[in-house]
Design a protein around this ligand. Structure first.
Ligand code: ZN
Ligand code: ZN
Length: 282
């Protein structure tokens, strides 16, 4: 089975509804990867997961695997409004980064208690299990998923998914330039092994180069660095992800122009991530 994915949210940092973001969307990170059986595979639980949840209820999906890159709120805050968790027939497996401070369950549950939320996690009827990553590669529905730690504040993962010879890397919050990109072999670049030779790389491109100088170390990439990263790891195509909240639809088009101007002949032209976008590989 070839890899097929759908983007339910691709905005960075905070939801941005409004007339200026209608085309590319204002919901924060959430991507569904089709697994071709009764289950669902979801990457991150930003506000995009709310609409996905309604869709999964319609489809009657009751077994869901959720992989969290990290626990910054823009990747978690949709989970409370993910309709399947309010159904006792649903089983949700949550995978996320290990922390030396607190278990994954305890860290996620902070968002499910007063005063942040009126209900307590004990009131959630679905069966929910928590698992630390990285571990052995996860396999299901003909797909394998590998996780690795990447450069971003706090324990943060990137993912590589493979199926039938096609491959996808998901690196929504990532600043590989902090440790260097150009002139290094892929295994010496943050996220390099995850994205090496991938057909598609969904990568952080939050800033323009002229904005990045004042934001070094914040954990995000300039569009120039996202393009340089994909070139250095020999990925086939970049999808610009984690859009800056201030960026209107028109400004995003200019960012895409910039990415395309920087991309050489060996790669396909970069694309802007857009809510509702479906991509099929292979
Ligand atoms: Zn983020
Ligand atoms: Zn983050």
């Amino acid at each position: 089975m070839s890899l097929q994915l759908k983007i339910w949210g691709c905005r960075g940092s905070v939801p941005t509804p409004g007339p200026d973001t209608v085309t590319h969307g204002g919901n924060t990170s959430c991507v569904e990867v089709m697994v071709g059986d009764e289950a669902a595979l979801v990457l991150d639980a930003g506000t995009g997961i709310r609409a996905l949840g309604l869709d999964l209820v319609q489809r009657g999906t009751r077994r869901i695997h959720l992989f969290l890159t990290h626990l910054h709120l823009d990747h978690l805050e949709g989970l409370r409004f993910f309709a399947p968790i309010w159904d006792e027939k649903v089983t949700l497996e949550v995978w996320g980064p290990r922390s030396p401070v607190l278990g994954l369950r305890e860290r996620v549950l902070r968002a499910f208690s007063p005063p942040l939320f009126p209900l307590d996690f004990r009131d959630v009827p679905a069966r929910i299990a928590f698992h630390d990553l990285p571990a052995e590669p996860w396999r299901g529905g003909g797909i394998s998923l590998v996780a690795d730690l990447v450069l971003h504040p706090g324990p943060t993962l990137g993912f590589r998914l493979e199926s039938d010879g096609s491959s996808l890397a998901y690196l929504p919050d990532h600043e590989p330039a902090l440790a260097g990109i150009v002139g290094r072999s892929p295994d010496w670049i943050s996220g390099g092994a995850l994205a090496a030779g991938a057909d598609l790389v969904l990568h952080d491109a939050q800033y323009l180069d002229e904005e990045y100088g004042a934001r070094i170390g914040w954990g995000h990439s300039s569009v120039d660095d996202a393009v340089a990263f994909c070139r250095a790891v020999d990925a086939r195509r970049l999808v610009l992800f984690h859009h800056e909240p201030e960026r209107s639809d028109h400004a995003l088009e200019l960012l895409q122009d910039r990415a395309r101007a920087l991309t050489g002949d060996r790669q396909l032209p970069p694309l802007l991530a857009r809510e509702g976008m479906v991509v099929e590989l292979g």
